[in-house]
Design a protein around this ligand. Structure first.
Ligand code: RAM
Length: 872
């Protein structure tokens, strides 16, 4: 059987509102025969009943990144498409029908932005990053005393004729909920988070069914979101502007062929309503008495509402939604705990991202509140682990009558496992639901072994990825939710295994390109947040750290390796070169990057333990780390240039790379293989990035091994070196030590957190100390989950030897200490699976059509085609 499945357009199963004139198509193949190759394919695209593109059968083995070349696409339409594939056995596979919806292809923007005309308050009480890092800053007890309220807009419209098709394009500076006749039509947290002043996405909704002949109410609630909300580590508002505004354009086509344009203009009115405040980090305060019941329906009395201020312009930065929208993936009925202190706390069972829904009894004027946190203290009492300015994570409801109330927040979400309840008498578990949200990315990897702790670690990695690959790749979902570039860079290979992150990271890289400074620097956080100047140091010209800015080279490269997308390299090549030129301007004659501030090997456990100050790790390691990163990125650039046929540039990077490697070894590694700075991570980087002269290498490895032993066989690596730790030991002949570290349960180690009941990856290895103390760290930081890459490669046995897993190396290490492992990964070609069992000596492999592999098993190597193979 030959099968074609998982059709994708612009790397999404069903993109809604994309406005590319030439979207790209891809599909996957499956076959029960060995050595199957596609010899030709055919694509057909339809609009309504008409075919708008038929490729005919094209002789090609291409199955992805095929651009649309049919009739000009029309705005706001649903296109259907099908693919057929013929293989080398003459079998033909036909797909089911897939679809995509176009956005405002012609970029006709004819309505107006509406707003109240008033600025939102900025409110900055603390500008000291140190004070925030030290946990010395508290959130306000009564945010309502300072925060602004979300704004309601409304208008009624009349539809006089039968509608054939109606499409709405909407967006906001802020986040919006759009309703027609009381029915919400918008996505969660639309328009999501991008580099707003350079790239703002709009959403496309098919509203044909709602616009029947007659009168209709249009209502919108507009909240601060990321645009003016209290975002980032510093929790400062107005990072992209001072005024929220909303835009709506509805294009109606009547059955008689006539058209009409409706949407936002001066005729809308505005008012405040039930939400006293609603902030992504602070939480929401809902005052029922102020609710404007029926505001989005016809007949509502808006005589006391005010006229909006309308304006035009700024349409050139609009782009159709380019990733799958956020969604609710799961609803959990929590457990109710009563703490020793007598607090009533909900337990979601795992550390998740989302919000709490309540439907149950309330009393008039008795405030109900839900405060969210990731941990209980060692005695089992509620502990708020997220400190800082405007980080309450607390939702509140003030009911205006006794009875049953139904509430879930609209414009906020939290990172939490526990919810402290107040204001509800005898709460019942079934009155609550914890709604888990995620970025709608497809799960592509699965990894299960005979070891429960490793399985839990894998689950924790996945859960942290799920909670942080939301809108943009964030460091953590509670304290900062910021697109820290270094975090994404170290985690990228693991990310591409677990989920299909291609479209998601492409969007983020677009923002990175847009945020690049004139001199080539890449801000450490993308989308850039101005209040990060309080972290970088105000007035600083340098806003890029080695290992963070380097993400502009490393992330596209990782995407290329995983997805064979040359486009990603092409799209970002100029950005990479400009960044590399910037770094080149900063390095010394010898090619060492010994200037400026860098986060270095951020958060080295021993230094953190001794000083509690993350900046110490930066200061101590920044020079070696920056130079090592430079050698590493020049090396990657050589490869990228070769892929893109940029021979001259490749030579340039080769020369730079050789110079830096030589100088690095001379300056930082003594003739007896000892690093100037005797830290595990620095050895790991030097070895892992091949910066050690051959004659010093063995000695260097010995020093690293000794350091690990001296540290009680525990790791002591920071952010940038940890992804190389196990792989370097493994490659340098220290396999056993690599596994000792992987299976280690003493702190610091990956499984230490598992033994402490972690359900996500922590920012701090000892977030829960051995004595049980819970620190106020983030318990949901995916960065250290980068160990996934090592597990999938050596325990699972999966490695791409050609970009996109076109050629696959299958080399599971059955001496890893486990009895069996099952790994599967949906590559762009289709599903790969590797299943081994030590006792029976069995290895079962399946590779998708169009790929080939090499198996390393029982000391032998064997070249294979694709299909199913069983080895004993
Ligand atoms: C922290 C972030 C992030 C890290 C930076 C340097 O505050 O959480 O993980 O990349 O600092």
């Amino acid at each position: 059987m030959y099968r074609i499945y998982d059709l994708q357009c612009n790397n999404m199963p069903f993109p809604q509102g994309i406005d590319d004139a030439k979207p790209t198509f891809s599909w996957k193949l499956d076959s029960d025969q060995q050595d199957t190759y596609q010899v030709s394919y055919r694509l057909r695209v339809y609009l309504e009943e008409c075919m708008v593109w038929d490729t005919g059968f094209i002789k090609s083995d291409k199955t992805f990144d095929i651009p649309y070349q049919g009739e000009k696409l029309k705005s706001g339409q649903l296109y259907f498409w099908e693919a057929e594939s013929i293989n080398n056995y003459g079998e033909k596979a036909s797909s089911t029908t897939a679809k995509w919806q176009t956005g405002n292809i012609e970029s006709r923007w004819l309505m107006k932005w509406i707003s109240t005309g008033e600025a939102r308050k900025e409110i900055v009480d603390c500008v000291s990053a140190e004070a925030i890092f030290a946990g010395a800053v508290k959130s306000l007890d009564k945010p309502e005393e300072v925060l602004d309220s979300p704004v309601y807009f409304r208008k009624e419209i009349g539809i006089e004729k039968e509608v054939k098709h109606a499409v709405a394009f909407a967006t906001a500076k802020g986040i919006y909920d759009l309703q027609i006749d009381g029915q919400s039509v918008s996505h969660l947290f639309a328009p999501e988070y991008t580099s707003y002043n350079k790239h703002l996405e709009y959403q496309t909704y098919d509203v044909t069914k709602l616009l029947t002949p007659g009168r209709h109410g249009i209502g919108v609630i507009l909240a601060d979101g990321w645009y003016t909300g209290k975002i980032g580590l510093m929790g400062v508002g107005n990072q992209y502007g001072e005024r929220n505004s909303f835009y709506l354009q509805i294009e109606v086509t009547y059955t008689d062929g006539t058209k009409e344009l409706l949407g936002t203009d001066e005729s809308f009115k505005w008012s405040y309503g039930g939400y006293r405040y609603s902030d992504l980090f602070v939480g929401e305060y809902y005052v029922q008495a102020k609710e404007l019941t029926g505001y989005s329906k016809t007949g509502f009395d808006d005589s006391s509402w005010k006229q909006v201020v309308a304006s035009v312009g700024g349409f050139d930065i609009l782009q159709g939604q380019s990733i799958t929208p956020a969604r609710v993936v799961k609803k959990i009925v929590p457990e109710i705990l009563c703490t020793p202190k007598g607090e009533v706390v909900l337990d979601a069972g795992a550390n998740i991202v989302g919000f709490t829904r309540y439907e149950g009894p309330c009393e008039e004027e008795v405030e109900i509140s839900f405060e969210h946190s990731e941990v209980l203290d060692q005695n089992g009492n509620f502990q708020q682990n997220i400190l800082g300015q405007h980080k309450n994570q607390k939702d509140r409801i003030l009911p205006n009558k006794t009875g049953i109330i139904t509430y879930k927040p609209k414009f906020t979400f939290h990172g939490f496992r526990y919810v402290l309840l107040e204001g509800i008498k005898d709460p019942k578990a079934e009155d609550f639901e914890i709604w888990v949200i995620d970025g709608g990315l497809e799960r592509t990897g699965s990894f299960v072994t005979s070891n429960e702790d490793i399985n839990q670690l894998q689950e924790n990695i996945y859960r942290s990825q799920q909670g942080n690959m939301l809108f943009v790749p964030t460091d953590c979902p509670q304290r900062e939710r910021a697109g820290w570039t270094g975090d994404m860079q170290v985690y990228a290979p693991t990310a591409t295994f677990n989920m299909d992150v291609l479209a998601f990271l492409k969007r983020w890289l677009k923002d990175m390109r847009l945020e690049q400074k004139m001199d080539g620097q890449i801000p450490n956080v993308i989308p850039a947040i101005d209040s990060n100047k309080y972290i970088d140091g105000e007035g600083q010209d340098e806003v890029s750290s080695a290992g963070w800015g380097d993400a502009c080279v490393i992330v596209p490269y990782r995407l290329y390796q995983a997805y064979q997308s040359k486009e990603v390299l092409k799209d970002n090549f100029q950005m990479m070169c400009r960044w590399m030129d910037y770094v080149e301007s900063k390095v010394s004659q010898e090619g060492l990057w010994d200037t400026g501030f860098h986060f270095g090997d951020w958060l080295i456990p021993s230094i953190m333990k001794a000083t509690g100050n993350p900046m110490e790790t930066a200061m101590k390691t920044k020079e070696e780390v920056a130079s090592a990163m430079y050698a590493y990125t020049t090396e990657i650039m050589i490869d990228i240039c070769n892929v893109l046929g940029e021979k001259k540039r490749a030579e340039h990077y080769l020369a730079l790379n050789q110079k830096t490697r030589t100088s690095f070894s001379i300056k930082y590694i003594s003739s007896d293989g000892r690093m100037r700075n005797d830290l595990q991570g620095l050895y790991v980087l030097a070895l892992g990035m091949r910066l050690v002269d051959e004659h010093k290498r063995q000695a260097c490895v010995r020093h690293l091994v000794n350091l690990v032993h001296e540290n009680d066989d525990c790791l002591d690596t920071g952010f940038l070196s940890v992804p190389f730790l196990l792989e370097t030991l493994y490659e340098e002949g220290e396999k056993e030590l690599a596994y000792t570290l992987l299976f280690q349960k003493k702190s610091p180690s990956w499984l230490y957190a598992v033994t402490k009941g972690a359900t996500t990856i922590w920012e701090n290895w000892e977030a829960i100390r051995p004595d049980g103390t819970r620190t106020n760290s983030s318990y949901n930081h995916f960065a250290f989950g980068c160990v996934g890459e090592f597990m999938y490669k050596h325990i699972g046995g999966l490695e791409a030897v050609e970009a996109g897993y076109r050629k696959i190396k299958i080399a599971p290490d059955i001496n890893c200490g486990l009895d069996w492992a099952k790994t599967s990964y949906v590559s762009r070609y289709g599903e790969i699976s590797i299943d081994w069992d030590k006792k029976s000596g069995k290895l079962e492999v399946k590779l998708p059509p169009n790929t080939s592999g090499e198996i390393w098993w029982n000391g032998k190597t064997m070249e294979i085609g694709n299909g199913r193979y069983l080895l004993k």
